[in-house]
Design a protein around this ligand. Structure first.
Ligand code: 9MG
Length: 272
C-alpha cells in the first residue's frame, strides 16, 4: 500500500530486535510485535517501520538469515491484519525483496542504498524509499564525526544519491530524504540540522525526521534515560515538522499525534 497524504505522517517504530536501544526485547516475540503495531494503529500511526537490526551506536551487525527470520513473519502477519503502509528498515537487498513480497511498500535504508545490489533491488521493486544520511557505520559513527558544514555536506550527499537512484531507474517522486539525526553527528551537528531542516526542501522531495528517544534528547535533558525522553522527543518532532518534515519516525505515537493535532489546528489545517 502506497503512502497517501498531504499532511504530516507518523511513522511508528516496530523493532524486532533483542537489543534495540529504546525498546530492547519488548517486541521480539511475534505476537507482542503485532499487539504493539495494533496499539500504534489505535493511536493514529500512519506507517509502521519494521526493523530487525539495531542501528544504535555500537550495535553489532546481524546476518541476513537472522534479519529475515525476525522481520518477514512479522511483516506477513501485519500485512494480513492491518490496513496501513508497512516499511522495512533494512540495508540488505534480499531483506528488501522478501519484505516487499511479504507486504511492505516502503524501504527505509539508513545506508541510502549504498550496499551492493540495493539500488538495483529498489529500482526493480518500484516502492517508496527513504535515503538516510549517515557518516561512518553504526559501530563507529559517533567516534569523531566531522563536517565542513553539516547541512551543506548532507545536501551534497543527497544530490549524489538522488542522481544514482534516478540513473538506476528509481522514480524521483518515490524518494524520501532523511538527514539522519544521531548517525555520525555531534549534538551541535544535530541541532544545526534541526534548525536548518527547511534547507532540505531544496530537492522538492518528502522529508523524514527521526529524533525519537535519541541520545541528543537525553543529553539536552541532563543525561535523561531513554524512558524519560518522551516530551523532548515530541518537541523535537514538532520543531522538525515546523521546519519542513513531512514524516516523523517515532516511538511514542499517541503523544506525537496529540502535539501534531495542536500544531495543525493552530495552522488552520485539517487535523490528520
Ligand atoms: C532505522 N532508523 C533509526 N533511526 C532512524 C532515523 O532517524 N531515520 C530513519 N529513516 N531510520 C532510522
Amino acid at each position: 500500500m502506497a503512502i497517501q497524504s498531504a499532511s504530516t505522517l507518523i511513522m511508528g517504530v516496530l523493532n524486532v530486535t533483542p537489543d534495540s536501544f529504546s525498546d530492547g526485547g519488548e517486541c521480539f516475540n511475534i505476537n507482542d510485535a503485532i499487539a504493539n503495531a495494533k496499539q500504534m494503529i489505535a493511536q493514529g500511526v500512519d506507517i509502521i517501520d519494521v526493523g530487525g537490526e539495531s542501528t544504535r551506536p555500537g550495535a553489532k551487525a546481524v546476518s541476513e538469515a537472522d534479519e529475515i527470520s525476525r522481520v518477514i513473519p512479522v511483516i506477513k502477519a501485519l500485512a494480513d491484519e492491518v490496513d496501513i503502509p508497512i516499511s522495512i528498515d533494512t540495508s540488505k537487498p534480499q531483506v528488501m525483496k522478501l519484505a516487499v513480497e511479504a507486504g511492505a511498500s516502503i524501504v527505509n535504508d539508513v545506508n541510502a542504498l549504498q550496499t551492493d545490489g540495493a539500488i538495483e533491488m529498489v529500482a526493480s521493486l518500484q516502492v517508496d524509499v527513504c535515503l538516510m544520511h549517515m557518516q561512518g557505520s553504526p559501530r563507529t559513527m559517533q567516534k569523531n564525526p566531522e563536517y565542513s558544514n553539516v547541512v551543506d555536506d548532507i545536501q551534497q550527499f543527497f544530490q549524489q544519491r538522488i542522481d544514482a537512484c534516478i540513473k538506476a531507474g528509481i522514480l524521483r517522486d518515490k524518494i524520501i530524504l532523511d538527514p539522519g539525526f544521531g548517525f555520525g553527528k555531534t549534538l551541535e551537528h544535530n541541532l544545526e540540522i534541526l534548525r536548518r531542516f527547511d534547507e532540505f526542501k531544496y530537492f522538492g522531495l518528502r522529508l523524514l525526521a527521526g529524533l525519537s528517544r535519541k541520545s541528543m534528547i537525553g543529553v539536552l535533558l541532563n543525561d535523561r534515560d531513554v524512558k524519560g525522553r518522551v516530551v523532548g522527543s515530541v518537541t523535537g518532532a514538532i520543531i522538525a515538522v515546523q521546519n519542513g518534515a513531512n514524516i516523523v519516525r517515532v516511538h511514542d505515537v499517541l503523544e506525537t499525534k496529540d502535539a501534531l493535532s495542536i500544531l495543525q489546528a493552530t495552522n488552520g489545517e485539517e487535523i490528520g
